[in-house]
Ligand binder design. Structure first.
Ligand code: AKB
Length: 320
């Protein structure tokens, strides 16, 4: 019987992963936690509790008391926000991970940990097209540095303490349930909200800057599949590259035009455009696809179909 702890259950990934895991393991066995209020479907249908992952004593008590067997640690300060408060972001991103790794090491019942890394681990010296799994990595953002250091720590705990830690280097994630906050790839979600709300969007990334993306449905499938795969099949103990496809703001704007013909996009690049400039255009995720036997289902056209419809429904609910 698995008993799963989700740290960061109210966020963009957590709010969807919690529901996905509850449908597999049962509502009562998936403990959603966060320092923020959770959406009603998470709070009302299974255990939800306030838990600050920075508080190591509370964390270990929680894990022991609830006989937790798997931990998904999703809380982090994303790339854009981390540049505003670099030392605080480093403190939160690193110490929260170290607290999780220590708990997993100390509590025998904890058998598996999932922790997301990011394409932010790459920097300007990495090949930009089809960035390989193994490459030169010189991230220039505090978020990227913390993710790369985190990957090294995960591998260290795997080798030294035989911990089963699994990880994916997520690209930008596109979803409609919970909006992301403070990331460089947030434009790929904001654009749909503003298109539906106002018929226009001012983008903080240049028109032609291509970035790797993945639809949340595909990200959840990949994550669950990674966690369910037999440990002996995994050949990567840092973090696997993963991607859906690559797109630029200009391409998304053109596709939105299928639904909202007068849609207008303008460009006001800010510091996040420089972050994007240091990240890959596309990702080689062949190792993950081979080890896990996974491939994405959603391309840009399918995503636009779903995003426009779901954002419309959501905004209609709010105004009614
Ligand atoms: C961000 O933009 O910071 C994140 C990421 C790619 O890790 N979405």
């Amino acid at each position: 019987m698995e008993r799963i702890l989700i740290v960061g259950a109210s966020g963009q990934i957590g709010s969807e992963l919690t529901l996905g895991l509850r449908s597999i393991y049962g509502n009562e066995n998936v403990y959603a936690t966060d320092v923020k209020e959770a959406p009603p479907d998470i709070k009302d249908k299974g255990p939800f509790q306030f838990l600050d992952v920075m508080d190591d004593k509370h964390l270990i008590h929680f894990v022991i008391r609830n006989k937790i067997t798997q931990i998904y640690h999703l809380a982090a300060v994303l790339s854009g926000n981390a540049e505003k408060l670099p030392t605080q972001a480093w403190h939160i991103n690193m110490n929260s991970l170290m607290n999780i790794l220590e708990v997993a090491k100390l509590v025998d019942e904890v058998k598996k940990v999932f922790w997301p890394s990011s394409i932010a681990v790459f920097g300007k010296s990495t090949p930009r097209k089809n960035s390989p799994q193994l490459s030169v990595m010189e991230p220039s953002t505090v978020y990227g540095i913390s993710k790369l250091a985190g990957e090294r720590w995960c591998e260290y705990y795997h080798k030294r303490y035989d911990l089963d830690i699994r990880s994916l280097r997520y690209p930008g994630l596109i979803s409609f349930k919970t909006e992301p906050g403070g990331g460089t790839t947030d434009w790929a979600v904001e654009i749909y909200y503003d298109a539906v709300k106002k018929g226009s969007y001012t983008c903080f990334i240049e028109a032609g800057r291509t970035m790797p993306m993945l639809f949340m449905h595909d990200a959840i499938q990949a994550t669950v599949k990674l966690m369910e795969t037999d440990r002996s099949k995994l050949t990567c103990h840092t973090s696997y590259n993963i991607t859906g496809f690559s797109i630029s703001p200009g391409q998304v704007a053109d596709d939105i035009g299928r639904y909202i013909p007068g849609f207008k996009i303008s460009y006001k690049p800010d510091f996040r455009n420089s972050i994007a400039e240091s990240w890959p255009h596309s990702i080689d995720d062949s190792l993950f696809r081979a080890d896990i036997d996974w491939k994405p289902v959603f391309d840009l056209k399918k995503i636009t179909d779903v995003m426009v419809e779901e954002v419309r429904k959501k905004l209609l609910k709010i105004t009614n």
